[in-house]
Design a protein around this ligand. Structure first.
Ligand SMILES: [Zn+2]
Length: 636
C-alpha cells in the first residue's frame, strides 16, 4: 500500500531523533588535522581481503565491526569472516570492534536482550582471542533506542551509528555519525564533496560499508569505487586512522575505566552525595523572564527550604521589566543571579544547569513556590531508594494569587510508576506534572541531555520525558508540595499557552512527535499505540484548520498507529459561531473568551489576596524567611 512508505519514513525520522539528545558523551572535535576513518560492518571476508588490502596499499588501516554469531556464515552482506581471519586482521594492523553477537536490530531488540548480545560477543571473542577486548562499537541495522544507548555506552570508548553525516564541533561519542559508502556508490562526487567539507570544518569523517567486491551486495561497493575514495581521502590533507587511533588523537583516554572516571568526575562536580557525612548539595534553578511581580516570593520560598545544603541560581532571560533588579536584592553567598540576552526559557535553564554544582536539581519557574520542606521530604525518601537513577516527584496545587487556597487535585500520575506506565498515563489521559514537582539527580540530568531550545510551549514536557526515559522509574512523595501559579496569571507570557502562533504550533507538534517516539522506544505494543492515538486526538484542537500540514501528518501517524482521528470537539457554545463564521474564527473567539475568563478570575483572586491580608503590605510573607514550620499557611 502507498501508506506504507510515508510511515516508514516517519518511523525512521522518529528513531533518528529519539536517542540523539539522551545519554550523550560530548566531545569537542577539533583536531589539528581533519580525521577520516574507514569502517566495515559485519566483517565480510571481502572487506578484509579486498577493502583492507586497498587501505594497506596506502599505508592505512581500518576498523571492522564483528558479530561473532555470524562467524563463517553466508549473510546478505556476503561471506562472513572465520576464526583465522581474525588473526589476519590483527596482524595487518586493523582494529576489531563489536557489533553484538547475534547482529540484532538496535531498535527492535529490547534493551536487556541487546545488552546480553553485547556481552555474549565479548565472551565469544575472548574464547577465540584470549585477552583481547573490544573498545568500540557499531549499532547494527538501526539507530538505538535511548535506553539501549545508555546501557551500551558503559562498555565502550565510543559507539558509531549512521546518519550520513560527519562529526564536527560537539560530537557525541555514544552516537558518532557515519557515512555509508554504498548509499553514494554511484556518485563519487558526493563523497569527494563530503571529504572537502570535512577538511573545511576540521571534523572527523567516518565512512562505513560492508563487502568490497566486483559484484557487491546492496550493502557494499566495488574495489574501484572504494579505492577512489581512499585515494581522495589520503590526499585530502586528513589523517586517515582507525577509530580508536582517531580517539587517541582527539585526546580521549585510551582505556575504558579511565574514560568513565574522567567523564563522571573530571567535570568538577563535588560528588557530595557519595562523600557522607556531608549532605548532598541541591541546586535550585530558576529561569526568569518578566517576573518582577512574583520573583521575590519564589526566591523566598527557595531560600526557606529546610534542606540546608542548597544553592540558588537565577538566570534572567533578558527581562524588559525589573526582574533582574528585584532578583539582585537576594544576591548572596548561596544565591547567584546572572543575566543573558533573551533566548527563551529552555536556553535560560541550560545556562542555569551549566553553572550549577549540586548533586540534585530542583527546577523552579519564577512564579511558582515550594513548600518549605519540599526538598527535605524528597531527600528523605531518596535515602531509602539508593539508586541515583530514581526520579522523585511530588504533589502540586494550582493557584492564581492565593497560594494558601491552592487546589491539590490528585491524578493518575500521583504514584510510583515505571517510565512506560508514567508516559502512557500522561499521554493517554492528557495529564501533566508541574516542573517544580521533580527532584532530579545529577546523573539523570546528564543522561537526559540539555533542554531542547527548539521547543516553545511544551519544552518541560519533552525534557522530563527524557529524564524519565533515563530513569529507573518515578518515586512519588506525597508529603512534598509545590504551588503552581496557573497560566493566565502571568498573562500572555504563559509558556504553556499555545494560542495560534504558527511557530508555537510547529514547536508543539515537534514536541508531540518526540513524546511518541520516546514512548514507542520503551514499548511498541497495542496499548501504547492506543495511548499515542488518544494523545494525538486530544491535541487536534491546537492544529485543526490552522495548520493543514500538521493535521495531515497527525492523521497519517494515527492511521499507522492503528487509529483514526476525528475532528476535534469545540464547546457547544461556539458551535453556532463555527457554522456561521467557520472553524478558525470560532476557535479564535473561544480562545479569546478563555483569556477574558482567566483575566477576570485573576483580578478577583488578587483582590481577595489583598483583602485577606497577604498582599504586598501583609506581614505574613516574612514567615517564609524564618520559615521552619511545615504548615502550608506560613509559606509566604
Ligand atoms: Zn551490520
Amino acid at each position: 500500500m502507498s501508506a506504507q512508505k510515508p510511515w516508514l519514513k516517519m518511523q525512521q525520522y522518529y528513531r533518528r531523533r529519539a536517542a540523539s539528545l539522551l545519554f550523550r558523551r560530548p566531545l569537542l572535535i577539533s583536531p589539528e588535522q581533519p580525521l577520516i576513518s574507514f569502517t566495515f560492518d559485519d566483517f565480510p571476508r571481502s572487506a578484509l581481503f579486498a577493502g583492507g588490502a586497498i587501505l594497506n596499499r596506502f599505508g592505512l588501516t581500518g576498523t571492522y565491526y564483528a558479530s561473532l554469531g555470524l562467524l563463517g556464515r553466508k549473510t546478505p552482506t556476503g561471506q562472513i569472516f572465520d576464526a583465522g581471519d581474525l588473526v589476519s586482521l590483527l596482524e595487518r594492523g586493523h582494529e576489531l570492534g563489536c557489533h553484538t553477537f547475534s547482529h540484532c536490530d538496535s531498535w527492535d531488540t529490547g534493551t536487556a536482550a541487546f545488552e546480553k548480545s553485547v556481552v555474549e560477543n565479548r565472551v565469544a571473542l575472548n574464547r577465540l582471542v584470549p585477552g583481547f577486548e573490544f573498545k568500540s562499537f557499531a549499532y547494527p541495522i538501526s539507530l538505538p533506542r535511548p535506553r539501549t544507548k545508555g546501557k551500551v555506552a558503559d562498555y565502550f570508548l565510543c559507539c558509531r551509528a549512521g546518519g550520513q553525516g560527519l562529526n564536527a564541533g560537539k560530537a557525541d561519542l555514544n552516537q558518532l555519525a557515519a557515512h555509508f559508502l554504498e548509499k553514494s556508490r554511484h556518485n563519487i562526487q558526493a563523497v569527494k564533496d563530503l571529504i572537502d567539507h570535512n577538511r573545511k570544518v576540521h571534523g572527523w569523517l567516518i565512512f562505513a560499508t560492508h563487502d568490497i567486491s566486483d559484484s557487491p551486495t546492496p550493502f557494499g561497493c566495488t574495489p574501484e569505487f572504494f579505492e577512489q575514495v581512499v585515494q581522495y581521502a589520503a590526499s585530502s590533507g586528513a589523517r586517515v586512522l582507525p577509530v580508536i587511533k582517531a580517539l587517541e588523537v582527539l585526546g580521549v583516554p585510551g582505556c575504558r575505566q579511565e574514560s568513565i572516571e574522567s567523564h563522571r568526575i573530571g567535570v568538577g562536580y563535588p560528588n557530595i552525595g557519595q562523600l557522607a557525612p556531608n549532605k548532598p548539595l541541591v541546586s535550585i534553578l530558576i529561569p526568569a523572564y518578566n517576573a518582577q511581580e512574583w520573583i521575590s516570593d519564589t526566591l523566598r520560598s527557595a531560600l526557606a527550604q529546610t534542606w540546608e545544603r542548597k544553592e540558588v541560581i537565577v538566570v534572567d532571560d533578558g527581562s524588559t521589566d525589573k526582574t533582574l533588579t528585584v532578583a539582585r536584592r537576594f544576591e548572596s553567598e548561596g544565591v547567584r543571579i546572572v543575566s543573558q540576552k533573551n533566548q527563551g526559557a529552555a536556553a535560560a535553564r541550560n545556562t542555569a544547569l551549566s553553572l550549577s554544582q549540586g548533586s540534585y536539581i530542583q527546577w523552579l519557574d519564577a512564579d511558582d513556590l515550594l513548600a518549605p520542606d519540599k526538598i527535605a521530604c524528597q531527600m528523605a525518601v531518596l535515602g531509602l531508594c539508593r539508586s541515583k537513577r530514581t526520579l522523585l516527584s511530588s504533589t502540586f496545587g494550582k493557584f492564581l494569587h492565593r497560594w494558601y487556597r491552592a487546589k491539590f487535585v490528585p491524578t493518575a500520575l500521583w504514584s510510583d510508576l515505571s517510565p512506560t506506565e508514567w508516559l502512557m498515563r500522561k499521554m493517554g489521559e492528557n495529564l501533566y506534572m508541574q516542573t517544580a514537582t521533580w527532584l532530579v539527580s545529577r546523573e539523570l540530568a546528564e543522561a537526559a541531555g540539555p533542554w531542547d531550545t527548539r521547543l516553545l510551549s511544551d519544552d518541560d514536557g519533552e525534557y522530563f520525558c527524557r529524564v524519565l526515559l533515563a530513569s529507573d522509574g518515578v518515586r512519588f512523595v506525597p508529603e512534598a508540595k509545590c504551588y503552581y501559579r496557573a497560566p493566565g496569571a502571568a498573562f500572555g507570557g504563559s509558556l504553556s499557552y499555545i494560542g495560534l502562533s504558527d511557530r508555537k504550533i510547529k514547536a508543539h507538534w515537534l514536541s508531540m512527535q518526540l513524546h511518541i517516539s520516546y514512548l514507542l522506544s520503551l514499548e511498541d505494543s497495542e496499548r501504547v499505540r492506543a495511548s499515542c492515538v488518544n494523545y494525538l486526538q486530544r491535541s487536534m484542537i491546537h492544529f485543526y484548520r490552522e495548520d493543514p500540514d500538521v493535521v495531515k501528518e497527525a492523521e497519517q501517524l494515527a492511521g499507522m498507529l492503528g487509529g483514526k482521528l476525528r475532528a476535534p470537539y469545540l464547546s457547544w457554545k461556539y458551535s453556532w459561531v463555527r457554522l456561521v463564521l467557520g472553524w478558525s474564527l470560532a476557535k479564535r473567539i473561544a480562545l479569546f473568551a478563555r483569556r477574558i475568563r482567566w483575566s477576570s478570575q485573576r483580578l478577583l483572586d488578587e483582590a481577595l489576596f489583598h483583602i485577606e491580608g497577604r498582599g504586598p503590605a501583609g506581614q505574613s510573607r516574612d514567615v517564609v524567611m524564618e520559615g521552619r514550620t511545615s504548615s502550608t499557611k506560613s509559606l509566604l
